[in-house]
Design a binder for this molecule. Structure first.
Ligand code: ADP
Length: 260
């Protein structure tokens, strides 16, 4: 389809965005937000223009992960255009409910998805190569709203090696398939750690990422190690520095950028 045909469906503030990438997990606590933030800063360091939309209203983690001045940055609405202006941190544009005066929400599903839709579609994102969406865990109202109100280019699914994670991931992949969004990669986080003895340990088991990749024909699988600095970095509001596995997924997305 040419630009003119698709343009009316895209909200005004998103027209300068080339790729919208949903970063999703089906369980909480697997490292989805960490992956999303690291991906964003990896892409940004390689020269791309990047934004992150934190779609988790109930427990927005973006303001804690990327801002050492937690609680001070606030979103501003342009009084004339009524558009939201993202907060910016080290060159990455950020929108999160955590950057509003309310901080986090206590509301029912339909209202929450309405609010997500409003924040996502009334933000003036400017020109971006990538807008990463940190999806809430699970497969609920907000996912459908996001999937239906904006054109998502692709999804990256974050999981852990635990056998229990498998069923949830499968559910997530099917949900994106229903929304016609291709899953380009699976990130198996907390895959392993390298011991001081030079051996590699797999405390949560092996093979689950590969099983998902082959069963659902996902083009890329990235295994990320357990690393202390990832955890302390996100607690302190300093996005973790680029590492090889993370740049691998970043290069997947860069390839995508070139082809879109
Ligand atoms: P989710 O978004 O899936 O709920 P988070 O990204 O908030 O998960 O991560 C949960 C916790 O695990 C955070 O404290 C984070 O710093 C930590 N964490 C995530 N990935 C790693 C990793 N590879 N190594 C060490 N700690 C990690």
């Amino acid at each position: 389809a040419d630009e003119a045909e698709v343009a009316p469906q895209v909200p005004k503030g998103l027209r300068g965005v080339r790729n919208i990438v949903a970063v999703a997990s089906c369980k909480g606590g697997v490292g989805k937000s960490t992956t999303c933030v690291n991906l964003a800063y990896t892409l940004s360091q390689s020269g791309a223009r990047v934004g992150i939309f934190d779609a988790d209203l109930y427990g927005p983690s973006l303001p804690i992960m990327v801002s050492p001045e937690y609680g001070k940055s606030k979103l501003v609405m342009d009084p004339v255009t009524k558009e939201l202006q993202p907060v910016e941190y080290e060159g990455v544009k950020l929108v999160s409910f955590g950057f509003t005066t309310e901080g986090s929400a206590m509301m029912r599903g339909p209202m929450a998805s309405g609010l997500v839709d409003q924040m996502l579609t009334t933000t003036d994102w400017g020109d971006l190569d990538y807008l990463l969406i940190d999806m809430p865990p699970g497969t609920g109202d907000i996912h459908l709203t996001v999937g239906q109100s904006i054109p998502i280019t692709c999804a990256v699914i974050v999981t852990t090696p635990h056998k229990l994670a498998y069923a949830d991931v499968a559910k997530g992949i099917r949900m994106f398939a229903r929304l016609n969004v291709p899953c380009v990669g699976v990130v198996e986080n907390m895959s392993y750690f390298d011991g001081d003895d030079g051996k590699r340990y797999f405390p949560f088991g092996e093979g689950s990422g590969e099983r998902i990749q082959s069963e659902f024909a996902i083009p890329h699988l990235v295994q990320m190690p357990i690393r202390e600095e990832v955890s302390s970095g996100s607690d302190e509001g300093v996005p973790c520095v680029v590492s090889d596995p993370e740049s691998e997924i970043a290069s997947v997305l860069r390839g995508l950028g070139a082809s879109v």
